[in-house]
Design a protein around this ligand. Structure first.
Ligand code: CA2
Length: 147
């Protein structure tokens, strides 16, 4: 049995579906969570799904993933561009890690262009909207070695 895939979400993503639908769509994070769980189940995986508005909490989830996860899918939101702490934590996580963004960050203002996290991500999923989470789970299932 594989360890769970950790799906980690950073600041403000708890507001998905409530604000800025033209950028982030109308799907709530609760719906994304359910879709992730369903997709993973079909592929024989479990999901540990989290959201936090706090940088240290995100770092601690990565530390926990070092013990408990077979892979990480992470939408670090604004910490993508600012958090060396998160970058350092992810460097210590050896299994596959997918950086995910709902919007196409490269088509937006330049403050969204320089991801620190992409330097250590195994792969990056950008601009597929909420569907990106299920696509990332599909990709992760192919990357993770069966245990
Ligand atoms: O597109 C993404 O998934 C982002 O990670 C979202 C972040 C942004 O800082 C990244 O550049 C790209 C922002 C998340 C804010 O979430 C909101 C959700 C609904 C309404 C307002 C903000």
């Amino acid at each position: 049995m594989n360890k769970p895939i950790f799906v980690l979400n950073g600041p403000n993503l708890n507001l998905l579906g409530q604000r800025e639908p033209s950028i982030y769509g109308t799907t709530s994070l609760a719906d994304i969570r359910l879709r992730c769980i369903e997709k993973a189940k079909i592929l024989g995986f479990e999901i540990e799904f989290r959201q936090t508005n706090f940088e240290g909490e995100l770092v601690e989830s990565v530390h926990q993933a070092r013990i408990d996860a077979c892979g990480i899918i992470i939408n670090p939101a604004a910490y993508t561009f600012t958090s060396i702490a998160l970058l350092d934590a992810l460097k210590t996580f050896e299994p596959p890690k997918i950086e995910l963004h709902i919007s196409n960050v490269h088509a937006r203002e330049s403050i969204y262009h320089n991801s620190l996290i992409s330097r250590v991500a195994t792969a990056v999923m950008i601009g597929f909207g909420a569907d990106g989470y299920e696509l990332a789970i599909q990709a992760m299932a192919g990357m993770v070695k069966p245990q």
